[in-house]
Write a protein that binds this ligand. Structure first.
Ligand SMILES: NC(=O)C1=CN([C@@H]2O[C@H](COP(=O)(O)OP(=O)(O)OC[C@H]3O[C@@H](n4cnc5c(N)ncnc54)[C@H](OP(=O)(O)O)[C@@H]3O)[C@@H](O)[C@H]2O)[C@@H](O)CC1
Ligand SMILES: Nc1ncnc2c1ncn2[C@@H]1O[C@H](COP(=O)(O)OP(=O)(O)OP(=O)(O)O)[C@@H](O)[C@H]1O
Length: 407
């Protein structure tokens, strides 16, 4: 009976998406025209600012704050034609410095980054339709672990995604559905043509989070590998967490150099990856250097090293998120982080260079997700103390988000 229910639910989804695809095409055309207008205005603005920027640029060249920009940095915004805009506008010097946080960072620097996060959040207006603010896919959930994909997927919705899909094994699907009617659950990961089953959905997804509750079964890891490869071909932002990171530590080339990927290792996962890539143990006296080096070794993709302070690097800069959380370390906190990052990575990616002041959107997204996770932790701990669990944190996501980004 449950299978029949799941089939019906998939059929309904299928129908909905056919209609939605039509609507999206129309909406895309409208947005393209809008972007062209914006671009024209920005080019005019760029010309006006050209005189001022050349003076500031000359001054900034004497300040050795960060390594040179990656040659392909602009590719983040290619889809949206922002490369023309960044070529016209001068580099955002002030924010550039505030991002160079490997030595010192002030409250003002932090506020600048918070502001960039606020910039990428899509406004709530009556003009948008279901799906536009984010369709996120979570790949994970097996017989042992059903909580992790649930936490990630529900957090994505609470942050503001419109639709959250979980791709899990058959065993896990009914359980995850029973936690929440809000989630769309696909019991496909252990089916014979699992990769194809997930691939069908990829054109409709804005980002994928791979790993929460995936487990380490060889067949499932092979499927995850196939999904990563298909997602890369489509240029979808990929967040890799938990057992997804186990896979990457075995086969780093799978994601190496794909700069639309964000890795979110905890202490153990970081050590595994670092040793696999750098052939050295982690230097516990130089956390900043280690996260920077790992990102570089992976081809400058974004690495979020979770811990007492979250360190975020794209191989050029290191951001530190030490927003107050709590001393409670219940399982599932990393799943909230990866789920929220799924949404924020999409928002930052499509927001365009002017909203992130030309900075790597995934750094901005990661800083937002870390702050949000820690704020949710802090609020839940205030209420529940030692009995606080990840579900209590999920209940705080909405108010934490408002407090950080909408006040
Ligand atoms: N409700 C659910 O369904 C949940 C399911 N989850 C899912 O579980 C799966 C496995 O994930 P994982 O994190 O347990 O595996 P892994 O990385 O091998 O760590 C294992 C060992 O590493 C150590 N260790 C960890 N942190 C450390 C630190 N900071 N500092 C020092 N040591 C540290 C620690 O070792 P110990 O202290 O026991 O010696 C720990 O036992 C994965 O799919 C995940 O998504 C979770 O999301 C939770 C909620
Ligand atoms: N020692 C700490 N002090 C304060 N906050 C921490 C500490 N360690 C982790 N955190 C917070 O918890 C978040 C998740 O980190 P954690 O190391 O628990 O991930 P994880 O092990 O992958 O989680 P999960 O249990 O979901 O697998 C971090 O982003 C950070 O906000």
């Amino acid at each position: 009976m449950m299978e029949k229910f799941l089939q019906q639910s998939m059929d309904t989804d299928e129908k909905f998406y056919r209609f939605e695809e039509q609507r999206l095409k129309i909406e895309d055309k409208r947005r393209e025209a809008e972007h062209a207008r914006e671009l024209q205005m920005l080019q005019m603005l760029g010309q006006m600012l050209a005189g001022i920027s050349s003076t500031v640029s000359q001054r900034s060249q004497s300040i050795p704050t960060s390594p040179p920009r990656r040659a392909n940095h602009r590719s983040y915004a290619d889809n949206f034609n922002y490369n023309a805009m960044t070529a016209t506008l001068s580099p955002p010097i002030v924010i550039e410095r505030s991002f160079s946080l490997h030595r010192t960072h002030t409250l003002k620097d932090m506020e600048n980054i918070f502001q960039l996060v606020r910039n990428v959040i899509p406004p709530l207006t009556g003009k948008r339709h279901k799906g536009q603010d984010g369709r996120i896919g979570i790949v994970g959930g097996c017989r042992e672990y059903t909580g992790a994909p649930y936490f990630a997927a529900i957090t994505a919705l609470k942050v503001g995604a419109d639709l959250s899909h979980v791709f899990c094994t058959k065993d896990a699907a009914t359980v995850i559905k029973s936690y929440s009617p809000e989630l769309i659950v696909h019991p496909v990961l252990d089916s014979p043509n699992a990769i194809h089953e997930v691939e069908k959905w990829l054109p409709r997804l804005h980002s994928v989070v791979i790993g929460p509750g995936l487990g380490r079964d060889e067949v499932l890891l092979e499927t995850a590998k196939g999904i990563i490869e298909k997602s890369k071909v489509k240029g979808i932002p990929i967040i890799i967490d938990a057992d997804g990171l186990w896979l990457i530590s075995q086969q780093p080339s799978l994601i190496q150099g794909y700069q639309r990927a964000i890795l979110t290792p905890n202490y153990m996962e970081f050590s595994r990856l670092y040793e696999a890539m750098l052939r050295d143990p982690v230097d516990s006296s130089d956390h900043h250097g280690c996260v920077l080096r790992l990102s570089q070794a992976m081809g400058n993709l974004t690495v979020v090293q979770k811990g007492e302070r979250d360190l975020i690097s794209d191989g050029e800069k290191v951001l530190v998120c030490s927003h107050e959380g709590s001393s409670r370390r219940c399982g599932g906190q990393g799943d909230l982080l990866s789920g929220s990052l799924g949404v924020l990575a999409h928002w930052a990616f499509v927001a365009g260079a002017e909203k992130t002041n030309g900075q790597n959107p995934f750094l901005v997204a990661a800083f937002g997700a870390c702050s949000l996770t820690r704020q949710s932790n802090h609020q839940a701990f205030q209420k529940f103390g030692r009995s606080m669990t990840a579900s209590d944190m999920v209940s705080e996501v909405g108010t934490a988000f408002n407090k950080l980004f909408e006040t």
